[in-house]
Design a protein around this ligand. Structure first.
Ligand SMILES: [Zn+2]
Length: 182
């Protein structure tokens, strides 16, 4: 998947799952790191190691678990970070969501290619639901559709948080009253 595809689908997914723009932004920052870390670790030999050690889910999962358990499993609160009281929990949570972005990157890559499963040097699992564009950095039609689906489902989940059955009934009741007055 392209960097753009990773950033959009990760942001949308985390926003839909947590309802927190801060958590989604942290995940967005982490969402391209497994690819960019290959330049740091392997430099020019990057192609030989592409989607291998850096795309093994185990270390990322451990980092996500460590940070989230230190945070007390909370979603980061901007108010606590500004206030400073108990903010260390929110800082751990922010770090957890940054690594969550890395973990989701691997899952997203597994939709369109293969990533390692048990052996980090061997790419062995993947679904090939869509193909990547031949042009580097360009999103293929399949990738655009995949990203759009993720965005629509996540926005729906995000909307449901604010638009519960109760608020729907309230909306009907109020608009019914307004309508009667007209
Ligand atoms: Zn990748």
């Amino acid at each position: 998947m392209t960097g753009k595809g990773h950033r959009i689908s990760t942001f949308a997914f985390v926003l839909g799952a947590t309802g927190s723009p801060l958590a989604a932004t942290m995940s967005l920052f982490g969402s391209t790191f497994p690819d960019s870390s290959e330049y740091i670790f392997f430099g020019k030999r990057r192609n030989r190691y592409h989607r291998r050690y850096t795309h093994w889910f185990v270390p990322w999962l451990l980092l996500v678990y460590t940070c989230f358990s230190r945070s007390g499993w909370i979603v980061p609160r901007i108010s606590a970070l500004v206030d400073g009281r108990g903010a260390h929990l929110d800082v751990w949570s922010c770090a957890g969501f940054w690594f969550m972005g890395c973990l989701l990157h691997i899952l997203e890559d597994a939709w369109c290619g293969t990533v390692p499963f048990l052996r980090p040097w061997k790419r062995s699992v993947g679904l090939h639901i869509f193909h990547m564009s031949k042009k580097i950095g360009q999103m293929s039609r399949g990738e655009i559709n995949f990203v759009l689906c993720t965005v629509i489902i996540s926005l729906f989940a995000f909307g449901v948080r604010f638009f519960t059955v109760r608020s729907f009934l309230d909306f009907c009741y109020t608009s019914g009253k307004v309508f009667n007055k007209l």
